[in-house]
Design a protein around this ligand. Sequence first.
Ligand SMILES: [Ca+2]
Ligand SMILES: [Ca+2]
Length: 391
Amino acid sequence: MKKIISILLILLLFSVSTVGKVAKAELRLIADPKEDTSIEKLQEEIKNTDCEINKKLSDTISITCKNKKDIKKLKNFREEKKYMLIKDVPIQDKKAKVKDIWDNEFIKATEVWELGITGKNRTIALLDTGIDYNHIELKSSYLYGYDFVNDDDDPMDDYGHGTHIAGIITSDGINDEFSKGIAPDANIIMAKVCDQDGTCWESDILAGLEWASKQKPDAISLSFGTMETWVSKNCIKEPLARAVNKVARKIPVVVAAGNFPFGVSSPACASNVIAVGSSSYDTLMDFSARGYPMRNHGVIAPGEDVYSTFPGNNYGFMSGTSVSAPYVAGLIALAKEKNNRLSGTRIKRTIFRSANKELSPTYSERSEWEIGYGQIDALKTIENIRKSRRR
Ligand SMILES: [Ca+2]
Ligand SMILES: [Ca+2]
């Protein structure tokens, strides 16, 4: 009996010491300040704590704290949220065959290229894991970027996701023509906001969003979301959805809708963005997010076995709504090349109105809660845009 008690005691001590370790680890917090709470006031609040400012944003600060006791004293702060990339497992180094590739032909981007429209002089901002800007297919299109995870000006991709997303938009198809992006001449700027494990912290995203919107890109593309699912009604209570929605009033923002068929993830649920679900060439993907936000502001784009660039001059496939969103960002680059005076709202409406609900028999039976306005149609979108008048 004594022996059992001493073992229990050891176990108890062990578990206490483990808890102690967790408490010592850094915790990330962020403030949701009320209108009358200034940044100075928030700084004042952390003065006598073990917490340090991690990021100063235009209307809030994020902090890292070592001491759990200190955290309890803070009134305006809460734990930061984590967002995840919306993909399945990347498959590295797998070369495509002709029959594998259907995306740009299916959404009629190839017919837009024949009109001479390829995204020239347009710029898409990505918030992702970074970009391998030395990749032979990407280096002509990469302009500049920033790494908000490590706080340096080198957004090199240490995960692979961002390089794949960038290629879907603008891969040149030099060494591998099947990797060619929807807007092969569009430029890319990159805010690295997701780390080497594919985790994207709220304050890094907010900082990247602020930075990206200041660069005045033609569109911003986001391929991450929360594991939680949302309907539009409560989505706007989510701080990131609110921030994204504000930016989306001025700059078109496209967001992966999520890989959970039971609801649309945040920030795709924000009403001003374009939420993007996933299609295969003749059907909706089972994982593609469904819900009111799709009906309100959603479209679908290729999302199964999409072939694109991976770091180190590699190529491969990826599935998920992650890979669907950049098709719409690329389509906006094409639209802006035809008429660079178009407002974000006009572009969004034109993409919606040009989307195809009856591309295949399986689509016409699908509800708007599943496919939104339908499969994007690049040619029809371009045809529905009037040329800007030359002066
Ligand atoms: Ca870096
Ligand atoms: Ca390119």
